[in-house]
Design a protein around this ligand. Sequence first.
Ligand SMILES: NC(=O)c1ccc[n+]([C@@H]2O[C@H](COP(=O)([O-])OP(=O)(O)OC[C@H]3O[C@@H](n4cnc5c(N)ncnc54)[C@H](OP(=O)(O)O)[C@@H]3O)[C@@H](O)[C@H]2O)c1
Length: 292
Amino acid sequence: MRAVRIDVHGGPEVLTVREVADPAPGGGEVLVRTVASSLNPVDWKTRAWDVGPALPATLGWDLAGVVVASDSARFAAGDRVIAMSAQLATGLGTWAELVRLPERLLAHAPATLTLPEAATLPLAGTTAVQALAALRLQDRARLLVTGAAGAVGGLAVQLARRAGATVDGLVSRPEHIEQVREFGACEVACSAAELPRGVYDAVLDTAGVDVSCALADGGRYVSISDEPLPDVPGAAKSYVQESGKDLAELAALVDAGRLRVRVAAHYPVTEVRAAHERFEAGGLAGKVVLLF
Ligand SMILES: NC(=O)c1ccc[n+]([C@@H]2O[C@H](COP(=O)([O-])OP(=O)(O)OC[C@H]3O[C@@H](n4cnc5c(N)ncnc54)[C@H](OP(=O)(O)O)[C@@H]3O)[C@@H](O)[C@H]2O)c1
């Protein structure tokens, strides 16, 4: 089978698509034929930085595909599934034509999405769910999401609105304002300097911007970015954990028409270098999807 591998860290040119041995699933594992994946910032960071599993390594966290073989009572051959694999920690990358994963990482794909659309959900959606849980939002809390037009931010705005919060957003450029409003945000700013001071019960920072002056006294501050936390009492980082359960809940929300996903561009896996270049250029209003 073909897989996207790196032998060294570096720019998009270190990405190779090449033949590797088919995986052999073990007990409790499911073998999935990949239909699509999507790009996440961790993919280019794992490619470019001296981090992650020993090389050579297969990249990729998101998976949408069809079950080929299963040692699980919950998944049968032919099922459409999604999964998130923490490639950075485990080395189990999803950018391969066949992927074996423990069944606890899988959920059935949303019935109302194509598999390329569903491939945008796993890492970004799970991160949004878990970071919002870490914020422990009270009823009718006022929340600020930075990077609100991004993959995690856009889903977090929608999920927090559904949970009853009043949500404002911070975006990087004016052309993203309308989309974030459509997700349910009230006020959307383009610069941290425009934000009101001392008013938010909670902040979810996905963009690595210090917006601590917008937080009310006693408010909660959670960041998923690589940047250091601001000097706010109780400020915390949230690190995504693999969870088929969170994926199943996200899929149910999508199928109930309560959560929207966005695709900005599709690339065949043979053009994975171009996909990385597009992704790293930024300014996207949706995910970059890799097709297998
Ligand atoms: N801790 C974890 O477990 C975890 C999990 C997932 C992701 N992450 C990290 O979280 C970050 C966001 O991930 P993502 O998938 O949502 O990435 P993304 O889709 O690229 O979204 C980031 C968004 O932030 C915007 N942005 C950048 N600088 C900004 C600024 N100064 N003010 C307002 N918005 C700004 C970007 O706009 P432009 O494109 O216009 O620059 C983009 O819309 C990444 O650093 C990623 O590595 C961490």
